[in-house]
Design a protein around this ligand. Structure first.
Ligand code: NAG
Ligand code: NAG
Ligand code: NAG
Length: 468
């Protein structure tokens, strides 16, 4: 998506890398509101208009540059997969699992809790970084301090991405993925085996996740779902259905912030509450997480590791070839269904030429993203010749599903938070360098001053107000 916008509006890379990121962030809030049923897609459209109107105009003339190998006979026509599309019927969770049921495919999995008895009042406000003074967060802060993992003493970034943080961009020891794509050797950014696709969907569960689950069942595919804690509270039955169907459940934070802008304590709160709600719904706690926007640096990585979470992003083989379909931006009017398919064609074109497997950014949050996946992207991928092997990230890393959860992981093939051996030579593969530099830099377990984090967060909130 970012790539499409860059070429469409011909802005200097730094500026355009900034604008879509903020727009994505603001739209995420609109999306969250929409997913909670409290608003329409209108705010997302106005966010689009406010930030990239010229791109939206030129994008309407984009035509398909290739022929799909296959489409779903019941696909929604591309011309109807647009911002503000009228709502389609949703597929509700098909099964209500009895409390005490457990998945047959994970040995010794704990039984399912009674998720319907969860009370939202026992959790933080949705779609906001949780307060850090609660007993729960204070306990998690102590656990991180006792984990033995050293948290680098680097400052939080300020809102606005690369252009607003020149010193942080210049400091390669941070290994900040957002500005330059730096990965740590521990990051999972690809699958080791060629022609293998680690299938992932972000930001749900949401209204149309049931449609996606139904399609995945039909074609017998399993995926990794990066779950937003605030959505899990709203759709616990869908989350149980994902898990019981054999998909991998992973953490995508509580409120979907750019994590490098938060204080250490806020990062701990984002992780801790998301781990907790998932455990309260499923009985298990994920061992993998994905940073929203891919926004991660060595400080955030260290806190994730201290909390038992393996950082996993998506494949980026160069500054101009990042495996992001851009599907998120259809709902906001920043891209078109045709452009997303052209992005997809570039992704699989590159995927067939690299000597390792790949991971792609897609979403189950919106009707439009689910329509693209079930109508076009998955049917095309399934018909591809030579064939792709399509599976959850944990499986593409050649690990058993039990390794995906703290309670069932025996630490033999997936020592928690340390899986460098399975992630391939990620830093070398992306050519981004400075992979482990931060590990040798100045370290301490002292927090970033909370006032700095508060200012950064206020700036972001101001940006929301502007866009919304
Ligand atoms: C952490 O870094 C800040 C400057 O960014 C410095 O003022 C502070 O003393 C450092 N803390 C430790 C414990 O090194
Ligand atoms: C790889 O991706 C780039 C950027 O999206 C694209 O221009 C190029 O055509 C792709 N390569 C193949 C072989 O599809
Ligand atoms: C795996 O490691 C985690 C974290 O160190 C620990 O809490 C857990 O008990 C270990 N599990 C087993 C089965 O040893």
């Amino acid at each position: 998506m970012k790539l499409a916008l860059v070429s469409a509006v011909a802005l200097p890379a730094l500026v355009s890398a900034h604008a879509p990121r903020d727009a994505h962030h603001a739209r995420q809030q609109a999306a969250a509101a929409a997913a909670s049923g409290s608003s329409s897609a209108a705010p997302a459209s106005s966010a689009a208009g406010a930030t990239t109107a010229p791109a939206a105009t030129s994008l309407t003339s984009v035509s398909l540059t290739f022929t799909l190998a296959s489409t779903n006979p019941s696909a929604v026509p591309l011309s109807q997969i647009v911002s503000g599309a009228s709502s389609q019927p949703t597929v509700a969770a098909t099964t209500t699992y009895a409390t005490g049921a457990s998945p047959s495919f994970i040995p010794n999995a704990p039984s399912l809790p009674n998720a319907l008895a969860l009370s939202p009042s026992n959790y933080p406000t949705l779609d906001k970084t949780p307060p850090t003074d609660s007993p729960e967060v204070q306990q998690w802060i102590k656990e991180v301090a006792a984990s033995g993992v050293t948290i680098p003493n680097i400052t939080a970034t300020v809102a606005g991405g690369c252009p607003s943080n020149p010193a942080a961009v210049a400091d390669t020891s941070r290994c900040w993925w957002t500005c330059g794509g730096c990965t740590d050797a521990d990051d999972v950014v690809q699958c080791p085996d060629k022609m293998t696709w680690g299938l992932t969907y972000d930001d749900g569960p949401a209204l149309y996740t049931g449609d996606l689950l139904q399609y995945l069942d039909t074609v017998d595919l399993k995926a990794t779902f990066f779950v937003v804690g605030s959505r899990a509270i709203s759709y616990p039955a869908l989350l149980q259905q994902e898990y019981m169907a054999g998909h991998q459940i992973a953490v995508h934070t509580w409120s979907h912030p750019p994590m490098t802008t938060l204080t250490n304590e806020q990062i701990i709160a984002e992780f801790g509450w998301t781990k907790k709600i998932i455990k309260d719904v499923l009985g298990v706690t994920p061992t993998f997480w994905r940073p929203p926007y891919g926004d991660v640096d060595n400080r955030v990585r260290a806190i994730a590791k201290a909390m038992g979470l393996q950082t996993s992003i998506w494949t980026r083989i160069s500054a101009t070839a990042t495996f992001d379909t851009g599907d998120f931006d259809i709902a906001g009017g920043l891209t078109t269904s045709t452009q997303v398919l052209n992005n997809w064609e570039s992704i699989i074109g590159n995927a067939t030429t690299i000597d390792h497997g790949f991971i792609v950014l897609e979403h189950d949050l919106f009707q439009q993203t689910v329509d693209m996946a079930t109508g076009y992207i998955l049917p095309d991928a399934l018909a591809h010749n030579p064939p792709f092997k399509i599976e959850p990230i944990i499986s593409c890393l050649n690990k058993p599903m039990r390794d995906a959860y703290i309670e069932t992981n025996d630490n033999s093939s997936n020592p928690i938070g340390v899986s460098a051996s399975a992630s391939g030579n990620a830093a070398a593969a992306t050519g981004s360098g400075s992979a482990a530099a931060g590990k040798n830099g100045a370290m301490s377990s002292v927090s970033v001053p909370s006032s700095l984090g508060a200012v950064a967060f206020a700036i972001i909130s101001g940006a929301f107000a502007l866009f919304l």
